[in-house]
Design a protein around this ligand. Sequence first.
Ligand code: ATR
Length: 269
Amino acid sequence: MKKFAVIGSPISHSLSPQIHSLFAEQADIQISYEAIEIIENDFDSKVKQLFEDGYSGLNVTLPLKEKAFHYADKKSDCALLAESVNTLFLDDSRVCGETTDGQGLLLDLESKGIELEGSNVLILGAGGSARSVIPSLLSCNINSLSIANRTPEKAAELVNIHKQNNPEINQIEIDEKIDTEIDLVVNSTSAGTLGEEMTMPEGIFGLKTKSYDLSYSKDETPFNMIAKRSGITEAYDGLGMLVNQAALSFEIWHNFKPDVDGIELQLRT
Ligand code: ATR
């Protein structure tokens, strides 16, 4: 039986084992898929050991996606742009790295009827999560992509990486007042997960703004609670993105495209 795992820290609450076993049922294949706790300092030795022990593929979650990017011998174009890897597998004993986060987000937005072309998108946060989804968002012919971060230098760095090929990217100060209508606000900060308050630019929630929190929880995320209190009616968390990025990883490993319909709902109940 082929062996797979998701690695990260903390990892015990990961839904990836459940998602991949649902996909394996659809594909009618037998796999094992575990959640394995690995801390950043142990990444190289532990991952080397897992592949030596016969694991065929690994999903990588927080805080290890940048480590995985540097570890992979061969990186996809998408991973190179995002400087992030969430899927590792072997090809002729070389470790290949791919990121499916950005495409997972796009697929989920599409399934929720959120049209990106021509829209104004604002990302809150400029850490690894923002970095990993920005190239995909920029591939959608959006009108503008603004980044606001508590530490402005990090937002400026992300803007600099992409500005030359994507002039629609720009930075907004965290204490700025916004006067353009934002179509989609994406929260990529870890404030909610850390249980911290977060500041955000004034005026980001307009009449037609939708909100998408990259993190997810059984209950409404703290960010989506703020969005709803500000009048937002369409607020989504990142569970749909998680399902879609998992489906894309599954397809890479098993050459089978899982049907994601209904999986998000099933995980919520
Ligand atoms: P991840 O991989 O989840 O993106 P990260 O790389 O540590 O994690 O980035 C976390 C992001 O959340 C950063 O943009 C961080 O802002 P700073 O760059 O200023 O540290 C943001 N963040 C974390 N806690 C926050 C808070 N309480 N308010 C606002 N932003 C916060």
